[in-house]
Design a protein around this ligand. Structure first.
Ligand code: SAM
Length: 212
């Protein structure tokens, strides 16, 4: 998707009435477990089984640290929309344990670089450890929110994201941030959850249904 097409408003959609900080804390707790106890078992799939199920070419997984792969928790495959090009600057929103960020860092090397942003410390630590294990020096991970990205205006060629925007109650804020950080003509390659029917307001307002 091109940056210029991101800001169409959908005025009849009511925001969820959940406390954003309470929701973020529930999500941090859940994804800290995915980072620290990936074998625990969750209401969603994780790891290499999930990656293959989502159509990642097995060659993309080659050489990734086992810790990175075991905490993968995406909902699709941002690379199915096209590989990244050497030299590109990439932002991974909600980078988790770094699965897509590390794949991206290899694709854009040697001159390109990747910035991963996530709000969960355990995920950030696991992602940085994965980069260290692979000897990648063109990827960095920062703590931050999708709704307030710690990234300069117009600095990114490609935004990728996998399974994160569905967890953000203020999706317009996320889209505005994506638009702000992308260069003109930049790309947005995301995988996320799309519903075909309108979600009832009562379900949107139930915090327990957001993070499972
Ligand atoms: C479903 S996991 C996906 C992680 C990674 N993209 C992957 O594919 O494995 C969601 C991640 O998004 C992060 N996250 C959720 N809401 C966020 C927000 N508002 N801002 C930043 N990170 C967020 C969580 O901490 C978690 O690491």
């Amino acid at each position: 998707m091109q940056a210029e097409h991101l800001l169409a408003k959908n005025s009849h959609v009511q925001p969820a009435k959940v406390n954003a900080e309470d929701l973020r804390q529930q999500i941090r707790d859940k994804y800290s477990e995915v980072a620290l106890m990936p074998q625990k078992g969750f209401h969603f799939h994780t790891g290499s089984f999930l990656a293959i199920m989502l159509g990642y070419n097995a060659t993309l997984l080659d050489g990734l640290p086992s810790g990175t792969v075991e905490s993968f928790a995406g909902t699709g495959n941002p690379f199915s929309m096209g590989d990244l090009k050497p030299g590109e600057i990439v932002l991974d929103i909600g980078s988790g344990a770094g699965f897509d960020s590390l794949i991206a860092a290899r694709q854009v090397a040697p001159d390109g670089r990747v910035i991963g942003v996530d709000m969960t410390d355990a995920m950030l630590e696991k992602a940085a450890e994965g980069a260290r294990q692979m000897g990648l020096t063109n990827v960095e991970f920062f703590k931050g929110l999708a709704e307030k990205l710690p990234v300069e205006n117009g600095s990114i060629d490609v935004v990728i994201s996998n399974g994160v925007i569905n967890l953000c109650p203020d999706k317009e804020a996320v889209m505005s941030e994506v638009y702000r950080v992308l260069k003109s003509g930049g790309r947005f390659q995301i995988a996320d959850i799309v519903v075909q029917k309108e979600v009832p307001q009562s379900a949107k307002d139930n915090i327990d249904l957001w993070s499972g």
